[in-house]
Design a protein around this ligand. Structure first.
Ligand SMILES: Nc1ncnc2c1ncn2[C@@H]1O[C@H](COP(=O)(O)OP(=O)(O)OP(=O)(O)O)[C@@H](O)[C@H]1O
Ligand SMILES: [Mg+2]
Length: 510
């Protein structure tokens, strides 16, 4: 629903105190003014520097000692008549003051049922616990495509007679410009259009996209990830690749018309160094969508209370880029300590986690979440419940055929012809090796050959493999445990069962 519609409903239902969360003061104020005009209410706007505008007519000048401005304004609202609305700008810092909290609670009980509303307008949500029940948060989303379109049309109209500027915008251009500007505030849209006119003498989509990259950079939580790896750079994982291939065009208009819902996301669980991050990166190229990497650790910023804001912001920015892929690498790093530290950090982790889960469950924007993790015990069970991810894949150690593929990939990547090597023998010599370890074998062998001033030979690779002790040997028990766990709950990423990390009596045939 439109945010201002929601505000209207809350006004009519006589909710006493609202908090509107937005960076766009101008836009929100303009829409509130319009709403108040329609509802026949007088809008008073308060800021620390300006006081209340327009001021209230007071029956008697206040006597007694003068109050600090933030308390004074609440006292005034208390005495104000009905059919009014009060916007308090940048009021959130005062919510830490217990006197302010007390006055707001008194106000809430007085205003409930009266045509009189207090609106705290700020870019940050920070509600003291005592006020949770008295205050309703309205998330003022970023401007809709229609609103951006209006700004664009105004800009076009303003320059259409200017001979130095090419103001022709075809309907397709218009569509693309609006799409690329989504996620910007209206002020930002205006400035970026102006910048494009100065720099390019026309309305240019790339200019707008550049601005959006800025915003993503500034948010500090998300990072644009260039599509460098291809699915063909990933050895094995046939089932996962097929699954991804089948969903390639599922974000298109055509798929929507066909009745296919946009996929939500996948979770890749598995053994270290087996290519989870690699395959995540490859999806961007395979699907031709922009990819944003979420810094899971940074979400839980040092400032408690900001983390909730952080995750909301990250989600909003990602949605504004949609359709896109959101990559949360090593998810467990962020959400671990849920249980334990849920107590020590005042429940912040739990609340951030809840926000994230709700978003995963209810998201309507085409943002495909790809999450990776290797410690399942750290992941809260709610995360794994049906409906959150479309599928949970288990990425195991590569089997013999997959190891051949991985050798071929890494030899080719270092400009060696895989056909010149006995890949079967190499795969046999590397039982229990992860993809990362196979890569290390290739790199190590290259060093040896280079040191001896000759070309790389089969024996270098074999020697290197013999010398290495794969992690799976040292961590055999952990890996077995992970497999048992995964068997019941996940789908294997690759088609064949790989060898166990160490010989067992009931080992499946490979
Ligand atoms: N299946 C594979 N095919 C090709 N290369 C691989 C494969 N698995 C791993 N590698 C190589 O090993 C490197 C490290 O793998 P990656 O970081 O993707 O593992 P991971 O599963 O994310 O590990 P971790 O759990 O430690 O994060 C990759 O960049 C790639 O070069
Ligand atoms: Mg990884």
């Amino acid at each position: 629903m439109d945010a201002i519609r929601e505000v209207e409903i809350l006004f009519r239902a006589k909710y006493p105190i609202l908090q509107i969360v937005s960076w766009e003061e101008t836009r929100v104020l303009r829409e509130l003014e319009e709403l108040c005009r329609r509802l026949d209410r007088t809008l008073h706007v308060w800021s620390l520097t300006q006081g209340l505008k327009p001021p209230l007519k007071r029956s008697a000048p206040s006597s007694g000692p003068s109050l600090p401005a933030e308390l004074e304004v609440l006292a005034q609202v208390h005495e104000a008549p009905e059919f009014t609305a009060f916007v308090l700008k940048d009021f959130h810092p005062y919510l830490k003051d217990h006197r302010v909290v007390r006055l707001l609670r008194d106000l809430a009980s007085r205003l409930r049922g009266r045509a009189q509303t207090v609106i705290i307008l700020s870019p940050i949500v920070s509600i003291p616990n005592e006020l949770q029940k008295d205050l309703t948060v309205v998330d003022y989303g970023l401007p809709s495509p229609e609103e951006i379109g209006r700004v664009l049309d105004q800009a076009i109209a303003a320059v259409k007679d200017n001979p130095q500027i090419d103001a022709t915008v075809t309907p397709e251009d218009r569509e693309r410009l609006i799409h690329s500007a989504q996620g910007l505030t209206l002020d930002e849209v205006e400035s970026v259009l102006a910048r494009s006119l100065v720099a390019k003498k026309r309305f240019d989509v790339d200019e707008v996209l550049e601005e959006k990259k800025q915003i993503i950079r500034k948010s500090g939580l998300l990072e644009y990830y260039p599509a460098t790896d291809q699915l063909s750079d990933v050895g094995g994982m046939e089932c996962l690749k097929e699954w991804l291939e089948r969903r390639k065009d599922s974000f298109s208009e055509r798929a929507r018309e066909f009745g296919i819902p946009a996929p939500k996301g996948v979770l890749l669980l598995g053994v270290q160094g087996c290519g989870k991050s690699l395959v995540a990166k490859a999806i961007a190229a395979a699907w031709g969508l922009p990819m944003l990497k979420l810094d899971v650790g940074r979400i839980f910023g040092s400032l408690v209370g900001q983390s909730e804001e952080n995750i909301r912001k990250a989600i909003a920015v990602a949605e504004s880029v949609a359709p896109c892929i959101l990559w949360a690498d090593e998810l467990e790093k962020g959400f671990s300590g849920l249980g334990g530290s849920g107590v020590s950090d005042g429940g912040t982790t739990a609340r951030v986690f809840a926000t994230f889960l709700t978003w995963m469950q209810e998201k309507t924007k085409p943002v495909f979440l790809i999450a990776t993790a290797n410690d399942v015990t750290a992941l809260p069970p709610e995360m794994l419940r049906k409906g959150r991810f479309d599928e949970i894949f288990f990425v195991d150690l590569p089997n013999r055929k997959e190891r051949e593929e991985i050798f071929a990939i890494h030899l080719r990547r270092r400009r060696r012809d895989p056909a010149a090597f006995d890949l079967k023998a190499l795969a046999r010599a590397t039982e229990g090796f992860s993809g990362a370890e196979i890569e290390q074998v290739v790199v190590g062998a290259l060093y040896t050959a280079f040191g001896e001033h000759r070309e790389l030979e089969q024996k270098d690779l074999v020697e290197e493999a013999k010398a290495a002790v794969p992690l799976s040997v040292m961590m055999a028990e952990e890996i077995d445990e992970l497999r048992t766990w995964a068997n019941l709950r996940t789908r294997p990423a690759s088609r064949r069962t790989p060898e166990p990390s160490r010989p067992r009596r009931n080992a499946p045939p490979v």
